[in-house]
Design a protein around this ligand. Sequence first.
Ligand SMILES: [Zn+2]
Length: 238
Amino acid sequence: MGHHEPHESLLSGPDAQSRLRAVIPYRNDEPGLRRDGSQKVRRGQKFLVVTNRKLVQASEAFDHADEAEEFQAVGMRCRECLLALVRELTQGSDLDEGEDLPKAGDFPPWNERIANAIAPGDPMEYVRGYLKTTGERGWRLVNWLTHANNATRHDAELGLSATSHIVSNYASAVLKRRAGAPERCGRCKSYRITVDWHPELGLYVPRCEACGAVKMPVLRHAGRKQKSRSSHRNTSPA
Ligand SMILES: [Zn+2]
């Protein structure tokens, strides 16, 4: 399995585009699930595909932008990216259930919902506040950028940076929540839990970066193409 690549930090990439590609630490180019067995977990779900594409488009638009209207277009791409983000983070989850759901194009209340879900309770007050404020301020910034006649290249860069930061703030926390990843490894107690895309299973699977334990999901029918390498360390970190 060649998907355990080290993930670059947000700021370590050599240029804007690789930096943005590194924001979302999972592969979107894997083939989809070929097998559709009965299961307890959702299979074949690719995460943040549209968000990732919009972010790359925004980055490409920025690379070629020289005029105010082109900087505004970067803002449009960023705006689309943030709306795709809240849609993809919430759809098919409990965040997308209940009454009084916000409208699809209304980013701020979705931002509140997501922050409340991934950083709940008194101990998370400051994390939650930061996530909400950052999301809401970034949203306002890119909306301003879309019609700012005096926009500069720096403004567009700031909007792009804010957008990728918001994606980064939410992506791994929501993915871990969806994949049922524990806070700590059940075997070695490390907090270094990550989530990998397993194309042969069509699943994201929690893994301990410290000891290598993986938390394989309970499937009623195991994937036909399950590879042997994962089985010898098939120790649940939960
Ligand atoms: Zn471990």
